[in-house]
Design a binder for this molecule. Structure first.
Ligand code: SAH
Length: 197
Protein backbone atom coordinates (compact mmCIF):
# COMPACT_ATOMS: atom_id res chain seq x y z
CA UNK A 1 0.00 0.00 0.00
CA UNK A 2 1.55 3.29 -1.10
CA UNK A 3 1.67 6.88 0.07
CA UNK A 4 -1.39 9.10 0.24
CA UNK A 5 -1.64 10.94 -3.03
CA UNK A 6 -4.84 12.94 -2.65
CA UNK A 7 -4.54 16.34 -0.94
CA UNK A 8 -8.29 16.35 -0.17
CA UNK A 9 -7.94 13.09 1.76
CA UNK A 10 -4.89 14.34 3.64
CA UNK A 11 -6.77 17.50 4.52
CA UNK A 12 -9.86 15.63 5.77
CA UNK A 13 -7.72 13.38 7.96
CA UNK A 14 -5.99 16.42 9.41
CA UNK A 15 -9.31 18.12 10.12
CA UNK A 16 -11.00 15.34 12.13
CA UNK A 17 -9.75 15.30 15.73
CA UNK A 18 -9.37 11.57 16.34
CA UNK A 19 -9.27 12.00 20.13
CA UNK A 20 -12.96 13.00 20.07
CA UNK A 21 -13.84 9.49 18.87
CA UNK A 22 -11.49 7.59 21.18
CA UNK A 23 -13.11 6.56 24.49
CA UNK A 24 -12.10 8.51 27.60
CA UNK A 25 -9.04 7.17 29.41
CA UNK A 26 -6.62 7.23 26.49
CA UNK A 27 -3.89 9.85 26.34
CA UNK A 28 -3.83 12.39 23.52
CA UNK A 29 -0.63 10.76 22.38
CA UNK A 30 -2.21 7.34 21.99
CA UNK A 31 -5.25 8.87 20.23
CA UNK A 32 -2.93 10.16 17.50
CA UNK A 33 -0.53 7.23 17.28
CA UNK A 34 -0.82 5.09 14.16
CA UNK A 35 -2.53 2.19 15.89
CA UNK A 36 -6.02 0.75 16.30
CA UNK A 37 -7.58 1.37 19.74
CA UNK A 38 -10.29 -0.48 21.67
CA UNK A 39 -13.70 1.23 21.77
CA UNK A 40 -15.45 -1.37 23.93
CA UNK A 41 -17.64 -4.34 22.98
CA UNK A 42 -14.51 -6.05 21.59
CA UNK A 43 -14.40 -3.53 18.73
CA UNK A 44 -11.71 -1.12 17.62
CA UNK A 45 -11.31 2.25 15.96
CA UNK A 46 -9.22 1.61 12.85
CA UNK A 47 -5.60 2.60 12.53
CA UNK A 48 -5.26 6.07 10.91
CA UNK A 49 -3.12 4.78 8.03
CA UNK A 50 -5.78 2.20 7.19
CA UNK A 51 -8.54 4.82 7.35
CA UNK A 52 -6.41 6.89 4.96
CA UNK A 53 -5.93 4.06 2.46
CA UNK A 54 -9.59 3.08 2.48
CA UNK A 55 -10.77 6.67 2.18
CA UNK A 56 -8.44 7.34 -0.73
CA UNK A 57 -9.53 4.14 -2.46
CA UNK A 58 -13.12 5.42 -2.49
CA UNK A 59 -12.18 8.22 -4.93
CA UNK A 60 -14.56 10.77 -3.42
CA UNK A 61 -15.19 14.04 -5.26
CA UNK A 62 -17.71 15.50 -2.83
CA UNK A 63 -20.93 14.59 -4.64
CA UNK A 64 -21.28 11.00 -3.49
CA UNK A 65 -23.70 9.19 -1.24
CA UNK A 66 -21.72 6.71 0.84
CA UNK A 67 -22.75 3.67 2.86
CA UNK A 68 -20.45 2.58 5.69
CA UNK A 69 -20.90 -0.83 7.33
CA UNK A 70 -19.46 -0.80 10.87
CA UNK A 71 -19.77 2.71 12.35
CA UNK A 72 -17.75 1.78 15.43
CA UNK A 73 -16.51 5.02 16.96
CA UNK A 74 -17.76 7.17 14.08
CA UNK A 75 -14.24 8.35 13.18
CA UNK A 76 -14.17 6.93 9.67
CA UNK A 77 -17.69 8.30 9.07
CA UNK A 78 -16.51 11.76 10.17
CA UNK A 79 -13.61 11.65 7.71
CA UNK A 80 -15.95 10.52 4.91
CA UNK A 81 -18.47 13.23 5.75
CA UNK A 82 -15.92 15.91 4.80
CA UNK A 83 -15.34 14.31 1.40
CA UNK A 84 -18.83 13.19 0.35
CA UNK A 85 -22.33 14.63 0.15
CA UNK A 86 -23.97 12.20 2.53
CA UNK A 87 -22.85 9.29 4.69
CA UNK A 88 -25.19 6.55 5.90
CA UNK A 89 -23.53 4.31 8.46
CA UNK A 90 -24.80 1.08 10.03
CA UNK A 91 -23.56 -0.36 13.31
CA UNK A 92 -24.67 -3.69 14.75
CA UNK A 93 -23.86 -2.96 18.41
CA UNK A 94 -26.59 -0.65 19.74
CA UNK A 95 -24.54 1.24 22.37
CA UNK A 96 -21.78 1.91 19.82
CA UNK A 97 -24.32 3.17 17.28
CA UNK A 98 -25.79 5.45 19.91
CA UNK A 99 -22.43 6.80 21.07
CA UNK A 100 -21.17 7.39 17.52
CA UNK A 101 -24.42 9.12 16.48
CA UNK A 102 -24.24 11.46 19.44
CA UNK A 103 -20.52 12.16 18.91
CA UNK A 104 -21.03 12.95 15.23
CA UNK A 105 -24.00 15.23 15.95
CA UNK A 106 -22.24 17.00 18.81
CA UNK A 107 -19.19 17.84 16.72
CA UNK A 108 -21.21 19.01 13.73
CA UNK A 109 -20.87 16.15 11.24
CA UNK A 110 -24.43 16.84 10.11
CA UNK A 111 -24.43 14.88 6.86
CA UNK A 112 -23.92 11.53 8.63
CA UNK A 113 -26.86 9.30 9.55
CA UNK A 114 -26.18 6.39 11.89
CA UNK A 115 -28.53 3.46 12.22
CA UNK A 116 -28.34 0.41 14.43
CA UNK A 117 -28.71 -2.74 12.37
CA UNK A 118 -27.07 -5.57 10.45
CA UNK A 119 -25.05 -4.03 7.65
CA UNK A 120 -24.52 -7.41 6.01
CA UNK A 121 -27.81 -6.71 4.29
CA UNK A 122 -26.70 -3.21 3.32
CA UNK A 123 -29.35 -0.49 3.69
CA UNK A 124 -31.87 -1.27 0.91
CA UNK A 125 -34.21 1.64 1.69
CA UNK A 126 -31.40 4.11 0.97
CA UNK A 127 -29.83 2.37 -2.04
CA UNK A 128 -28.31 2.89 -4.51
CA UNK A 129 -25.05 4.22 -3.09
CA UNK A 130 -22.18 5.73 -5.08
CA UNK A 131 -19.71 4.24 -2.64
CA UNK A 132 -19.76 1.47 -0.04
CA UNK A 133 -17.11 0.92 2.63
CA UNK A 134 -17.07 -1.95 5.09
CA UNK A 135 -14.90 -1.72 8.19
CA UNK A 136 -15.61 -5.26 9.38
CA UNK A 137 -14.32 -8.28 7.48
CA UNK A 138 -16.47 -10.65 5.43
CA UNK A 139 -15.49 -14.03 3.99
CA UNK A 140 -16.98 -12.97 0.66
CA UNK A 141 -18.59 -9.74 -0.46
CA UNK A 142 -22.36 -10.03 0.14
CA UNK A 143 -24.50 -9.84 -2.99
CA UNK A 144 -26.62 -7.16 -1.26
CA UNK A 145 -23.65 -4.76 -1.28
CA UNK A 146 -23.00 -5.18 -4.99
CA UNK A 147 -26.74 -4.86 -5.69
CA UNK A 148 -26.92 -1.65 -3.70
CA UNK A 149 -23.91 -0.10 -5.42
CA UNK A 150 -24.87 2.29 -8.23
CA UNK A 151 -23.45 2.25 -11.76
CA UNK A 152 -19.69 3.00 -11.76
CA UNK A 153 -19.80 2.76 -7.97
CA UNK A 154 -16.80 1.76 -5.87
CA UNK A 155 -16.80 -0.58 -2.88
CA UNK A 156 -13.93 -1.12 -0.44
CA UNK A 157 -13.99 -3.99 2.05
CA UNK A 158 -11.73 -6.32 4.02
CA UNK A 159 -12.35 -9.85 2.74
CA UNK A 160 -11.07 -13.17 4.04
CA UNK A 161 -10.54 -15.23 7.16
CA UNK A 162 -8.78 -13.88 10.25
CA UNK A 163 -5.07 -13.62 9.56
CA UNK A 164 -5.59 -13.77 5.80
CA UNK A 165 -7.71 -10.71 5.07
CA UNK A 166 -7.15 -8.62 1.98
CA UNK A 167 -8.48 -5.16 1.35
CA UNK A 168 -10.51 -5.40 -1.86
CA UNK A 169 -11.64 -2.56 -4.07
CA UNK A 170 -14.50 -3.39 -6.40
CA UNK A 171 -15.62 -1.14 -9.21
CA UNK A 172 -19.01 -1.66 -10.81
CA UNK A 173 -18.55 -1.14 -14.52
CA UNK A 174 -20.11 -2.95 -17.44
CA UNK A 175 -21.33 -6.47 -16.82
CA UNK A 176 -18.75 -7.68 -14.34
CA UNK A 177 -17.40 -5.79 -11.32
CA UNK A 178 -13.64 -5.18 -11.52
CA UNK A 179 -11.73 -6.27 -8.45
CA UNK A 180 -8.42 -4.94 -7.17
CA UNK A 181 -6.41 -6.26 -4.20
CA UNK A 182 -5.02 -3.42 -2.07
CA UNK A 183 -3.07 -5.63 0.31
CA UNK A 184 -3.28 -7.37 3.68
CA UNK A 185 -5.37 -5.89 6.54
CA UNK A 186 -6.62 -6.83 10.03
CA UNK A 187 -10.25 -6.14 10.84
CA UNK A 188 -12.80 -7.49 13.30
CA UNK A 189 -15.22 -9.91 11.62
CA UNK A 190 -18.55 -8.69 10.29
CA UNK A 191 -21.13 -10.54 12.33
CA UNK A 192 -24.23 -11.79 10.65
CA UNK A 193 -27.32 -13.69 11.77
CA UNK A 194 -25.68 -14.85 14.97
CA UNK A 195 -22.33 -15.84 13.43
CA UNK A 196 -19.57 -14.36 11.32
CA UNK A 197 -20.19 -13.47 7.72
N1 SAH B 1 -15.27 2.45 11.18
C1 SAH B 1 -15.01 2.29 12.60
C2 SAH B 1 -14.25 1.01 12.91
C3 SAH B 1 -15.21 -0.05 13.16
S1 SAH B 1 -14.67 -1.61 13.75
C4 SAH B 1 -14.34 3.47 13.21
O1 SAH B 1 -13.96 4.40 12.49
O2 SAH B 1 -14.22 3.52 14.43
C5 SAH B 1 -15.97 -2.57 13.02
C6 SAH B 1 -17.35 -2.31 13.51
O3 SAH B 1 -18.23 -3.13 12.75
C7 SAH B 1 -17.59 -2.67 14.96
O4 SAH B 1 -18.07 -1.56 15.65
C8 SAH B 1 -18.63 -3.80 14.89
O5 SAH B 1 -19.54 -3.77 15.96
C9 SAH B 1 -19.31 -3.50 13.58
N2 SAH B 1 -20.01 -4.64 12.96
C10 SAH B 1 -19.71 -5.96 12.98
N3 SAH B 1 -20.59 -6.67 12.26
C11 SAH B 1 -21.50 -5.77 11.78
C12 SAH B 1 -22.67 -5.89 10.96
N4 SAH B 1 -23.10 -7.06 10.50
N5 SAH B 1 -23.35 -4.76 10.66
C13 SAH B 1 -22.94 -3.55 11.14
N6 SAH B 1 -21.85 -3.38 11.90
C14 SAH B 1 -21.13 -4.47 12.22
Amino acid sequence: MGELRTPRVKDALARVPRHLFVPPGFSLESAYANQPLPIGYQQTISQPSVVAIMTEALELSGAERVLEIGTGSGYQAAVLSLLAREVDSIELVAPLAKRAASCLATYGYANVTVRQGDGYEGWPERAPFDRIIATAAVSAIPAAWIDQLGARGVLVAPVGAEGAQRLLKVRKSGERPIEEDLGPVFFVPCRHAGGSA
